[in-house]
Ligand binder design. Structure first.
Ligand SMILES: [Fe+2]
Length: 172
């Protein structure tokens, strides 16, 4: 039962497998993808670690959408979730920096701005794409952009912030 729920399905006796229903409507990730954040991205701050897990889940969503071979290409839905969640997460970190007087807040916030603007620009390109092929090309760039940003920002810049927040007993 535990294993089944971790791989995204709950199986009852004499019933067909039931798809796991994700609380974020635009996401179709399985539980193993949701918890699929590589170990070196865990920073020890419980709230921020969970938020980063969701960002990774959205990254998996983009990749999943790219693997869909039919016309039901749903990156637009993923984008909605990505835009909303990126805004929520970055706001959380920025409020935490403000609340604790984090000394490197300005440059950290500039890093956040890169993500906001990068996602926004790619979203515009996605909306203006004139073919499915072009949409897929933009989606592939989104996946690369998002992963590179996560790799650079979380594993390096957020690591310093989380240490500071833990030292200042900020849990959020
Ligand atoms: Fe950050």
């Amino acid at each position: 039962m535990l294993y089944n729920s971790l791989v995204g399905r709950v199986t009852y006796a004499e019933e067909q497998p039931v798809e796991w229903v994700n609380p974020i409507r635009t996401m179709r990730v399985t539980m193993d993808q949701l918890f699929g954040m590589p170990a070196h991205f865990y920073l020890g701050h419980p709230t921020i670690d969970v938020q980063h897990e969701v960002l990774f889940a959205l990254y998996h969503e983009v990749r999943h959408a790219l693997q869909e071979a039919d016309d039901s290409f749903e990156v637009a839905d993923v984008f909605l979730g990505l835009n909303l969640y990126v805004a929520t997460h970055l706001q959380f970190e920025e409020e935490a920096m403000f609340a604790t007087g984090y000394p490197d807040a300005l440059s950290h916030r500039m890093g956040h701005q890169d993500l906001r603007e990068g996602i926004h620009t790619l979203y515009e390109e996605f909306l203006n794409a004139s073919s499915l092929e072009e949409s897929r090309t933009v989606a592939a760039r989104i996946a690369v952009f998002l992963y590179e940003w996560l790799e650079n920002h979380i594993a390096k810049v957020d690591r310093v912030l989380c240490r500071y927040l833990l030292d200042h007993a900020f849990e959020g």
